[in-house]
Design a protein around this ligand. Sequence first.
Ligand SMILES: NC(=O)c1ccc[n+]([C@@H]2O[C@H](COP(=O)([O-])OP(=O)(O)OC[C@H]3O[C@@H](n4cnc5c(N)ncnc54)[C@H](O)[C@@H]3O)[C@@H](O)[C@H]2O)c1
Length: 276
Amino acid sequence: MELKPGLSAFVTGGASGIGRALSLALAGKGVFVTVVDLSEEKGKEVAALVEKENAKFYSNLGFPSATFIRCDVANTRDTAAAFEKHVATYGGLDICINSAGIGNSIPFHEDQTDGTRSWRFTVDVNLVAVIDCTQKAIGIMQAAKKPGVIINMGSSAGLYPLYTDPIYSASKGGVVLFTRSLTPYKSKGIRINVLCPEFVETELALKAGSKLIDLMGGFVPMDTVVKGAFELITDESKAGSCLWITNRRGMEYWPTSEEEAKYSVRSSGSMKRFSS
Ligand SMILES: NC(=O)c1ccc[n+]([C@@H]2O[C@H](COP(=O)([O-])OP(=O)(O)OC[C@H]3O[C@@H](n4cnc5c(N)ncnc54)[C@H](O)[C@@H]3O)[C@@H](O)[C@H]2O)c1
């Protein structure tokens, strides 16, 4: 999909960090953006910046080129209303970026609660809401019979373990394999991909502690994350693709073709994939 004026994007977690950077980068291409987040103050600020950027492309649109919607992505009724508002404002949905995410609030080994406010909620926000928003975005894109791209924010912690936050790792591992299993939607013109950076300098990553980040070779620059996301949007061959980004090695697709060959099997002309 060529990034060009007139397209529209729905970005969860758009008020801060990676979601914010992607919202502004899309605005730089003239894309209309709905910023969906819990944080009203920061979300409105991002929407205002998107409008300012979009003003270079449009005059007298008759509708706002950016919209902020306060919404908890873990609340399915709220996300349904947010998608509805997006479609009512922009007449469709070309790009959906599911970036809202959190770390687990109580270390798993110390957690004596039933998890409602800790690990269950982390899984609800990081995995269940991503599944829910992906399904809603697919529904809108299919109904419009137009191409669409969905990017889910995974993490390197969804590819290999993050010992300090097993719940975060579990939720991101779910996002990675959920997204990779959606490759067949490509035949319907909908490409769904997952982005897996190591540490990026945001409010979320600053909680991780500098020792671990130094061990990983420092923060991945935000520009590289944006470059990766734009590659997943614009490269028509990417569907169910998982882009791993580290400061040590750069951008690589996961798994490699050698790893993929270990579990891929062919059945009567069509390739079916199984892994144990
Ligand atoms: N920063 C990193 O090192 C890193 C690395 C890999 C993946 N990620 C992933 O990237 C995504 C963005 O993270 P970030 O680093 O930009 O963090 P961030 O904290 O800067 O931004 C996350 C945004 O999500 C919003 N949010 C959180 N819970 C929400 C909810 N229930 N409903 C709506 N909005 C909610 C927050 O208000 C915030 O604006 C997350 O999914 C995160 O797991 C981050």
